[in-house]
Design a protein around this ligand. Sequence first.
Ligand code: ADP
Ligand code: MG
Ligand code: MG
Length: 249
Amino acid sequence: MLSVKGLHAKVEQIDILKGLDIEIKPGEVHAIMGPNGSGKSTLGNVLAGRPGYEATAGSITYKGHDLLEMDTEERAREGLFLAFQYPVEIPGVSNMEFLKVSLDARRKHAGLPELSAMDFMKLARETSKRVDLPASFLKRGVNEGFSGGEKKRNELMQMMLLEPDLCILDETDSGLDIDALQLVADGVNSLRDGKRSFIVVTHYQRLLDYIVPDHVHVLAGGRIVKSGDKSLALELEAKGYAWLEEEVA
Ligand code: ADP
Ligand code: MG
Ligand code: MG
């Protein structure tokens, strides 16, 4: 699904990623943890092709394509989805229009016909129900005036509707209460099908009780410095990151 080799990336002329490697097979869930400012969000942004995040060395192969050769829209059409730590507001564009355009582009790319307005509405209503968001949110501007929890649920709704091949969740759990956390986890788990892959960036081991990862990685200083199974998350919860930084130094 995804193969990242020796990735270096810059933001605002500063080197943030410094030789990052990660290998993700179809169906796998990889959790990425690590200290603040270590480059976790930068990795998500580089993968999604966000402007301003520049890969300067290394390679990224996504579903057999050279990801760095693809623009942001191509990546989305090809099934890469990034749920942001701070979801963006798009005032003036309704949630429904946004979802319809995104879904049409994805279906067209997959050689599927556009959904009729009625079928789309039905799907959108069903999906909003699944994430416990009132259908009235479909008519509002994308994330406009949504609370933190509503934004996260809205992203989950986008993800469920678009059925990406690779989902990247960047601290989707931060600021969520227990019920919302459970909802996000249930949503992610309902999308696990043995083919779709996930990168889950989180600070808290708690989320990983609900979304059980196949692999856990620690990103520190712009590189993956340790990888393990889900027990690594428990170890980090108990011991913090300092011991790892010492070990690496
Ligand atoms: P994490 O998500 O692991 O907390 P980030 O990837 O957000 O870390 O940030 C890594 C480093 O890159 C930080 O020092 C941060 O200040 C810097 N950085 C990220 N984005 C920008 C930006 N747009 N402009 C300047 N510096 C940035
Ligand atoms: Mg952070
Ligand atoms: Mg971050």
